[in-house]
Write a protein that binds this ligand. Structure first.
Ligand code: BG6
Length: 496
């Protein structure tokens, strides 16, 4: 976008400012924007939450959070002087009136031109109430822009997402709503489009004539920790597939947009989601595999299973693998495999594009192992791109061996790579909604996911079926074997 060298001015109001997301992601990201000169001094942050904190207590917490994220302590006073706190009851009229008054004062002090970002980093059941009250108490009536940023989960199925959307849309229009999917803020996820659309060698091959399958893995080593209450209601399919995994698939499969504008990119992504082959309840086992971890060993340490952590038996999946088919001209017949889960062997986020073999490989006849060309896009822990090719084995015989052309951001760059939230906050302040999810994408993803959740609800399930520290249940391997493929365990530099 061409306005990316502007210095935005705004007040950011964080609902849920005493929570985990604010502490782990938002404060450090705002600090990075400040530190890197992407916001100047014309900004303020107002934290609101139930707790009776004071400005000083709030500033202390903000300081702790940025120091924990690696910033020096001596910058705290200067930075946190922009932070203000107001105890808040989301159902109480006076809370909104007081907030409006405070914003008016801060706007005069910080010259933010009436630009207001309302960031909802709290329990989704209050999103509608807050949006409605912001409207009712004139908090949107400022001379600048007003934008609403919403964290996931955006509903727990299509029906609840529609209800939530209607509540929000009663107060804000679609252009003012920024639905966060933090994967869209990741450097290498944003790189998918560049790799595809800025390189002649890939885009010509990017279809069912040359690609055998595409695999997307997002495995985590963590369990569900203190989020068990939310997670047990959600499960991996709602927590990761409905949003992050389907967003990555949309970027991998979309047609080149006419221009790099928000509307054009979104409309191409929407077409992919519309072409996703719906899975009927009776077919769910042909396309989806679910798992839940039992006890196991990680880093030489025994860890308990999910049910033990939760304190009761549960049908919630902590792992899901799937075969997605995109029924359009470009992708007919090409499986897109995805898998994601908790307590897996390694924290890895990676895309592997497996190209079809050439019609006759002369070197197989000489005993070379079959090694298809792969394009690997690593998102975590390395950030990079690797192309797997075959080349001559040194020596006198006509033999081939696999080689790799690899590009990885070096350690310094990786540290300087802006955090996903940093980029998304900045984009929102500039009014660039490209890397946020449009309502149409949310609705289509839920429609696809709902039939899976529905089918699973009515099936008995034999959990646990994978050990903590493994790569998931055996059935996830079979899903690919049945099609003559296997998961590629290609490891990067920093991966164990
Ligand atoms: C969140 C999920 O959206 O993404 C979490 O709710 C998950 O359960 C997280 O741990 C993974 O994000 P990342 O950036 O660590 O891959």
């Amino acid at each position: 976008m061409d306005n990316h060298d502007q210095l935005p001015k705004a007040i950011i109001v964080i609902f849920g400012a005493t929570g985990d997301l604010a502490k782990r992601k938002l404060f450090p990201s705002i600090y990075q924007l400040y530190q890197n000169g992407r916001i100047g001094n014309d900004f303020a942050v107002v934290g609101v939450a139930r707790r009776q904190w004071t400005n000083d207590m709030f500033r202390e917490k903000v300081c702790e959070s940025i120091v924990e994220a690696g910033s020096p302590e001596d910058v705290c006073d200067r930075f946190t002087s922009h932070f203000f706190y107001q105890p808040f009851d989301v159902t109480d009229t006076t809370s909104y009136q007081n907030l409006n008054h405070l914003l008016g004062q801060l706007e005069a002090t910080y010259k933010t031109e009436g630009n207001r970002m309302f960031y909802l980093a709290m329990a989704p059941e209050f999103f509608g109430t807050i949006a409605e009250n912001l409207q009712a108490h004139d908090l949107k009536e400022s001379p600048g822009w007003t934008r609403l940023v919403i964290e996931k989960p955006f509903g727990h199925d299509l029906k609840s997402a529609i209800a939530l959307n209607e509540d929000i849309r009663a107060a804000f229009n679609e252009e003012q709503i920024y639905r966060i999917d933090h994967y869209l803020g990741k450097e290498m996820v944003q790189n998918i489009e560049v790799i595809r659309f800025a390189n002649g060698i890939f885009e010509h091959l990017w279809n069912n004539r040359f690609i055998a399958n595409i695999q997307v893995t997002s495995s985590e080593t963590v369990g569900v920790e203190e989020r068990a209450r939310y997670y047990d209601q959600a499960g991996a399919v709602r927590d990761m597939v409905q949003n992050h995994m389907l967003q990555m698939i949309a970027l991998l499969a979309m047609e080149p947009p006419i221009k790099l504008t928000t509307d054009e990119i979104r409309s191409e992504k929407v077409k992919v989601l519309r072409a996703l082959r719906p899975v009927k309840p009776e077919q769910v086992d042909d396309y989806f595999v679910r798992g839940q971890y039992g006890a196991g060993e990680m880093n030489d340490r025994e860890v308990p299973g999910y049910a033990e952590e939760l304190g009761e038996a549960s049908n919630t999946e902590t792992f899901v693998a799937a075969k997605l088919m995109i029924d359009n001209y470009r992708w007919a017949g090409v499986p897109f495999y995805i898998r994601t889960g908790k307590r897996m062997k390694a924290k890895v986020t990676k895309i592997v594009v497996e190209f079809k073999d050439i019609p006759m490989n002369l070197y197989h006849a000489n005993g070379a192992k079959k090694q298809p060309n792969l394009l690997v896009i690593t998102i975590h822990p390395d950030e990079g791109v690797t192309l797997h090719l075959n080349a001559k084995k040194p020596g006198t015989k006509p033999e081939s061996k696999p080689i790799q052309l690899a590009y990885t951001h070096d350690a310094d760059n990786a540290i300087n790579t802006p955090e996903a939230y940093e980029k998304l906050l900045y984009d929102c302040m500039l009014g660039d909604a490209t890397n946020f999810t449009h309502w149409d994408e949310v609705a289509l993803s839920w429609a696809f996911i709902d039939s899976i959740s529905q089918a699973w609800k009515n099936q008995t399930v034999d959990f646990p079926n994978y050990s903590a520290g493994s790569m998931g249940p055996d059935a996830a391997e079979r899903l690919l074997e049945e099609d003559g493929f296997h998961w590629w365990h290609v490891t990067g530099k920093n991966e164990k």
